[in-house]
Design a protein around this ligand. Structure first.
Ligand SMILES: [Zn+2]
Length: 77
């Protein structure tokens, strides 16, 4: 069950991007894989047990701290 901290983006960086709105208390997406992604600022779990392709390129606005996050482009070995 790999777990990753997401990369923080500024509001200017997410202009024009499709933003997934997270609500505090429940993941923005859940299920379909084994990767969990946490907010890069407050460590809230934003994507839980998702497949890698469900996290790739996604921008999530954290419902707890309001920061924008994107996946960290980690590499599989
Ligand atoms: Zn947060």
């Amino acid at each position: 069950m790999p777990q990753f901290d997401m990369i923080l983006l500024t509001p200017a960086q997410v202009q024009g991007a499709e933003v997934l709105e997270h609500t505090a208390g429940s993941p923005a997406r859940e299920g379909g894989g084994d990767e969990t992604y946490r907010c890069g600022s407050c460590k809230t779990k934003l994507l839980v047990n998702v497949a890698h392709h469900d996290a790739h390129g996604v921008v999530v606005k954290c419902g707890k701290c309001g920061r924008f996050n994107t996946e960290p482009h980690h590499h599989h070995h």
